[in-house]
Design a protein around this ligand. Structure first.
Ligand code: FES
Length: 189
């Protein structure tokens, strides 16, 4: 954690638009009022989406205050799940699994090919702000190793050709739409 001044945090309603607050309130109502921690994941997803795809200390503290849970409980969730980003990232975060099954089946080659194609290293974002490459722990798709996730879609049994196609599809999607990222997670071969 940083030297963030937790006493100076703005309230969540001062940091987010009413639409985002309404979405968080919707999730809160899904749980009994004495169960304050279950909505943390949903609240962080909403906050991240409204904050340009990453979370800040201030926002995490504001979420903790809003849900009436300890800051550390929010921080633990934000740092445990790879879908949450604690630094600015590109519009498309390419998360490459480099756990054991994926490594044994060529995750290193996947990472190398992505780095060459995008001209960035793992952890970096392209100058145009479009792509970030991350490595992540097992995403429970070991049967399709090596795999990556981008824009909430799993891509499995990766080859260089498949990676090129994924990048091409993303570029086409960006050209043809506003890149709606609210699609449900689904698997692709
Ligand atoms: S090791 Fe990569 S998905 Fe499980």
């Amino acid at each position: 954690m940083t030297d963030f001044d937790y006493d100076q945090t703005l309230h969540l309603k001062q940091l987010l638009p009413a639409q985002a607050i309404a979405e968080i309130d919707h999730w809160i109502t899904k749980y009994p009022s004495d169960r304050k921690r279950p909505p943390i994941i949903a609240a962080l997803k909403v906050v991240q989406e409204f904050n340009g795809n990453y979370l800040t200390e201030e926002l995490m503290q504001a979420v903790a205050e809003y849900l009436d849970v300890p800051h550390v409980a929010v921080y633990e969730v934000a740092t445990f799940y790879s879908m949450f980003h604690l630094d600015e990232v590109g519009r498309h975060v390419i998360s490459v699994c480099n756990n054991i099954s994926c490594t044994l089946r060529g995750a290193d080659k996947v990472i190398e090919h992505l780095q060459n194609r995008l001209n960035i290293k793992v952890g970096e974002t392209t100058d145009d702000g479009l792509y970030t490459i991350k490595t992540v722990e097992c995403m429970a798709a070991c049967g399709g190793a090596p795999m990556l996730e981008v824009d909430k879609v799993y891509h499995e049994n990766l080859t260089e050709e498949k990676i090129d196609q994924i990048l091409s599809d993303i570029a086409s999607m960006d050209l043809n739409s506003d890149g709606d990222s609210n699609q449900p997670m689904e698997a692709s071969e």
